[in-house]
Design a protein around this ligand. Structure first.
Ligand SMILES: *Cc1c(COP(=O)(O)O)cnc(C)c1O
Length: 414
């Protein structure tokens, strides 16, 4: 990827105000539900973003994995441009000529039979919950309104009222009750606790194969295979939320591929929209998604032709295997670099593919403070909790760029 060649700022009419002015204007006119780093991005290409004043930064967050292919990947942008000139929205009241190809491609990529297109990740999770409950009543024979879903502590599945009902993060929950019933929270990476929580009412187990927001928590080898075996034996659906872990991030198409496991239901999002439009999906076996009938679920924008065209181009990029290979190879470089920093400001890390949670010595500052210092070195990252930062660069990053970001981390921790 080449960086933007422009060095002098080109404000145009769009960014006539300075970063400081724009940040102040945001603070007075936007809800304060985020605490962004003080950088105002105006343009980007590949792994590089440029702020209003023309300063360049390496994007080591990549939109929480929504930008797995980098900013404005040429093939994705071309697919979007082509589609903008043909058709952008029909609603599902009519068919559109892009949706079939998207669904076929995604089903083939994931090895599952059917696709339910939505827009955001949280919507995909909500949709998977609805489908699992319907399946429980119609196929498994659970008594009406009694279905339960087993989830893991420290999960992150989105921000809707139902989803925060089974969060264990007080900040996500407090002030937002009453909460939806029907969820049982068990410790992550604990098969015995999961088994104990499953009974005849259980429709599904819903987990992240790697817990992203919790700090890139990787379960023990065998856990995902264990969940598959347990859910099969007890007649429960296995829903894997791969919204952040999926689509190349960990060095394989899906994070469950590391244990050669095929869940019954997958939720996908983030990178599925190619960094251009929100695209999410529930992908599942035909016997599961087949329970939905007309009128029972929907979305005005889900499966629109622009999203389907971009999503199809994303699937085409993943079909080459190139991004998975890069993530696996460069993941070794990332892991080696973090191993070298361990004891030198890093007290622990977890890394799979181009995705790492790095625990910084709390004496050196909070994750936020380390993120601000890295910003001063031209590297953008995001903290998760406490003194943990997350590294998740676009999968298009070069070895040199990755090494320079590790050198910057060494510098700010030194
Ligand atoms: C980001 C995320 C979601 C929610 O996606 P949104 O598009 O922000 O609604 C759900 N699950 C996981 C694992 C995520 O990382």
């Amino acid at each position: 990827m080449t960086a933007p060649t422009r060095t002098a700022p080109d404000h145009g009419s769009r960014s006539a105000r300075s970063s400081q002015e724009l940040i102040r204007a945001e603070e007075s006119s936007l809800a304060h539900n985020y605490h962004p780093l003080p950088v105002v991005v105006a343009r980007a290409e590949g792994v590089w973003v440029e702020d209003v004043e023309g300063r360049r930064y390496l994007d080591m967050l990549a939109g929480y994995s929504a930008l797995n292919f980098g900013h404005r990947h040429p093939e994705l942008i071309a697919a979007a441009h082509r589609q903008l000139d043909e058709l952008t929205l029909t609603s599902r009241a009519f068919h559109n000529d892009r949706l079939a190809g998207f669904a076929e491609g995604l089903a083939e990529l994931t090895g599952l039979g059917m696709v339910l297109p939505m827009n955001t990740g949280a919507e995909a999770v909500e949709s998977a919950i609805k489908v699992a409950r319907k399946w429980a009543y119609e196929v498994k024979g659970v008594a009406p309104d009694q279905a339960t879903i087993v989830v893991a502590a420290d999960n992150f599945h989105g921000r809707t009222t139902t989803i925060v009902s089974f969060s264990s993060d007080p900040t996500a929950r407090e002030g937002f009750g009453p909460f939806a019933p029907g969820f049982r929270v068990v410790p992550y990476n604990d098969l015995a606790a999961m088994e104990a929580a499953i009974d005849e009412t259980t429709a599904a187990v819903l987990i992240e194969p790697i817990q992203g927001e919790a700090g890139v928590i990787i379960p023990d080898d065998g856990y995902l295979r264990g969940v598959r075996e347990l859910t099969r034996r007890t007649g429960v659906l296995f829903i894997a939320d791969e919204i952040q872990s999926g689509l190349g991030r960990t060095g394989t198409t899906l994070a469950v591929d590391h244990e050669s496991v095929r869940p019954d239901v997958l939720t996908l999002g983030k990178a599925l929209g190619g960094g251009i439009v929100p695209v999410s999906a529930v992908v599942a076996d035909r016997e599961v998604l087949g329970v939905l009938r007309p009128g029972e679920h929907g979305s005005t924008f889900g499966g629109n032709p622009l999203s389907a065209a971009v999503g199809t181009a994303v699937v085409d990029l993943l079909r080459t295997g190139e991004f998975q290979r890069r993530a696996a190879e460069l993941g070794e470089v990332l892991g080696d670099g973090l191993a070298r920093l361990t004891g030198k400001g890093v007290v622990g890390y977890r890394c799979r593919g181009l995705w790492a949670g790095v625990d910084v010595d709390p004496a050196l500052g909070t994750g936020r403070e380390v993120s601000e210092r890295l910003m001063g070195e031209g590297i953008l990252v995001k903290d998760t909790h406490g003194s943990t930062i997350r590294l998740a660069p676009p999968l298009t990053i070069t070895r040199e760029e990755l090494e320079s970001s590790l050198a910057a981390l060494e510098k700010v921790l030194g």
